[in-house]
Design a protein around this ligand. Structure first.
Ligand SMILES: Nc1ncnc2c1ncn2[C@@H]1O[C@H](COP(=O)(O)OP(=O)(O)OP(=O)(O)O)[C@@H](O)[C@H]1O
Length: 254
């Protein structure tokens, strides 16, 4: 039974080893509906591992994942997708030679009378892109011809096919220009308006502070502080990321 008062996503005591490497140890994370939670940390902090656990790519060794209060086993990306969790990883996994519509519905094509329902996929693709604020005017071009920001838009629009409750974005602004990063941040704002919870992984604290509601810091696979994005001090978040200081789940020094 779903618990309506429960957070959208709750991770408790999530642990993941890769042989001798402790990628995540007792990690905790809460994401509410309509909330953007930034996940930050230095290299090898465990951010991508956590993103992959939430999106069904990795199975945790220990710990509990709850969606809307219900314990779930997200053992594959398909299982996660069925549970309303969709992810966009850095590599985007776009089919370069296919057009925007084909990429948005890749693996989830709409069929009518035994044939691809191009009209409906076109209509829905336009609607998804509009929900994200536009930015991809021509749906018929191969995605290889799009800018980095537009490619992110297509990859994020693809998550909307499953009517997600949670979208995980792993470094969506990495290697983008300032203008294109701003565009991607606006897509994240639009996801929030759609009542979707968002996990936003980034190394860029300016991007994080521009769009996130809360900032969760990981350090060597462990939580090291949860901060309110609007009121937190930049230097505290940096100190948490580098391990110069230890912080609790209220952003207070331990
Ligand atoms: N598939 C894997 N096999 C073995 N070790 C892994 C695997 N995935 C991650 N690791 C290790 O787990 C640790 C955490 O890695 P992870 O990629 O989650 O960190 P990250 O915070 O995303 O880092 P970055 O910012 O550099 O991408 C690292 O020591 C990494 O080498």
């Amino acid at each position: 039974m779903s618990d309506r008062g429960a957070p959208l996503l709750e991770l408790c005591g999530v642990t993941k080893h890769f042989h001798a490497v402790e990628a995540l140890v007792d990690a905790e994370l809460v994401v509410e509906r309509r909330e953007v939670v930034a996940l930050v940390g230095d290299n090898a902090a465990g951010k991508s591992t956590l993103a992959r656990i939430v999106s069904g790519v990795y199975t945790p060794d220990a710990g509990v994942v709850r969606l809307d209060g219900e314990e779930v086993s997200l053992s594959t990306p398909t299982e996660a997708f069925r549970n309303g969790v969709a992810a966009v990883f850095q590599e985007l996994a776009l089919a370069e030679n296919l057009d925007v519509i084909s990429n948005i519905f890749l693996g989830h094509e709409l069929v009518r009378g035994g044939l691809l329902d191009i009209d409906e996929m076109t209509r829905q693709s336009r609607a998804f892109l509009d929900q994200l604020g536009g930015g991809v005017p021509n749906l018929r071009v191969p995605v290889s011809e799009l800018s980095g920001g537009q490619r992110q838009c297509v990859a994020i629009a693809r998550t909307l096919v499953g009517s997600p409750r949670l979208v995980v974005l792993d470094e969506p602004t990495a290697s983008l220009s300032v203008a294109q990063s701003a565009q991607v941040l606006s897509y994240i704002e639009h996801l929030r308006e759609l009542r979707v919870g968002v996990i936003f992984i980034s190394h860029n604290l300016a991007d994080v502070r521009a769009v996130a509601d809360r900032i969760v810091v990981l350090r060597h696979g462990r939580n090291n502080g949860i901060f309110d994005a609007a009121s937190s001090r930049y230097e505290d978040v940096i100190a948490a990321m580098t391990g110069a200081r230890r912080f609790d789940e209220n952003g207070e020094p331990r």
